[in-house]
Design a protein around this ligand. Structure first.
Ligand code: HEM
Length: 291
């Protein structure tokens, strides 16, 4: 039933414990085509297929690493041109995301029950599989994780202050007259903490704020970007919004599934005024393995 190639693949991925349990026994008279065999493999062993592809740089993993390379080249090229010198791949771009994650985990350390709820939600989605097998569709159903990240972006938006200038004289909807010299500063940080927008509990970390109750249970509530402008709004809205959310969800899932995050006692956490909303003294945490 399995071609020589499949058996080689199986042996190369040999893991004595899992092999005896996982060996596929599919009673079927007909010989499978290669395409059918691949589908079977995907169905029975998604994790093994992923590991093999990653190890040998094949299939989707090959495509992914090529895409990352192209993406990195583009981004670092832009950064270098903007900064007028060569930017080390690692610096600016990763800094952006590192700090978004920090604020999220800081909030989790202050709300450990939310960390537990997110972990349980992921476990119920994976049903015994590892977090690496989470698909985009699975991520869409992780409402607690989504709500937690949106709360972190609301309370600690990476771009806390946004400034814009009109290309020509204009009148704002508020009636304010602006000309080419006017600099308009929007405090996204303050907007995320306004009672008028978010209610009396605006300073609380509540992932449930992002839940909507529908016919099929709890789903994600979408807030207009003019109310929640962490990714900006209008024609110049962030182009990587969806990708950013997926990346943050995967990184958060990887950590939460493996560790309980605890803030080191006495460590002061306070925002630092910069282009990106950073933590003045970083975030010192203890990672306690779950099992
Ligand atoms: C949590 C992650 C992210 C946040 C909070 C974020 C936030 C923002 C904000 C506020 C802007 C508007 C900046 C301005 O006009 O002054 C912006 C623009 C942009 N973002 Fe993001 N971003 C994130 C992730 C990403 C990712 C992953 C990508 C690329 C894959 C990306 C690509 C862009 C691009 C290309 C623009 C410029 C859009 C334009 O001006 O037309 N962003 N982002």
């Amino acid at each position: 039933m399995f071609t020589f190639d499949s058996i080689c693949v199986l042996l190369l991925d040999y893991d004595p414990e899992s092999l005896s349990v996982d060996l596929p026994i599919v009673p079927c008279e007909k010989a499978f085509t290669d395409a059918e065999e691949v589908l079977l493999w995907r169905h029975f062993f998604p994790e093994k297929v992923w590991r093999l592809q990653k190890r040998f740089g094949l299939g989707k993993e090959k495509k992914l690493s090529e895409a990352w390379k192209a993406f990195d080249e583009f981004i670092y090229g832009c950064l270098s041109r903007k900064e007028g010198h060569h930017t080390k791949p690692d610096a600016c771009w990763k800094r952006h995301h590192k700090h978004i994650r920090s604020w999220f985990f800081f909030l989790l350390t202050q709300n450990p029950s939310v960390e537990n709820k997110i972990r349980k939600e992921i476990e119920s989605k994976t049903g015994g599989r590892k977090w690496q097998t989470l698909t985009i569709k699975d991520l869409e159903g992780l409402v607690y994780l989504h709500g937690g990240l949106c709360e972190a972006l609301r309370l600690y938006p990476p771009l806390a202050l946004e400034h814009k200038a009109p290309s020509e004289a204009d009148i704002l909807p508020t009636g304010h007259v602006v000309d080419k010299e006017t600099r308009i500063i929007l405090s996204i940080y303050s907007m995320g903490r306004m009672e008028g927008l978010w209610g009396d509990d605006c300073l609380e970390f509540k992932p449930e704020r992002w839940f909507s109750k529908g016919m099929n249970g709890i789903g994600i509530k979408h807030e207009p970007s003019y109310k929640f402008p962490a990714f900006h709004a209008g024609p110049r809205t962030c182009l990587g919004k969806e990708m950013g959310m997926i990346q943050m969800k995967m990184v958060a899932a990887a950590i939460i599934c493996n560790y309980h995050v605890e803030l080191v006692e006495g460590h002061a956490v306070c925002p630092s005024d910069s282009i990106i909303l950073q933590m003045k003294y970083g975030l010192k945490v203890r990672l306690l393995p779950i099992n």
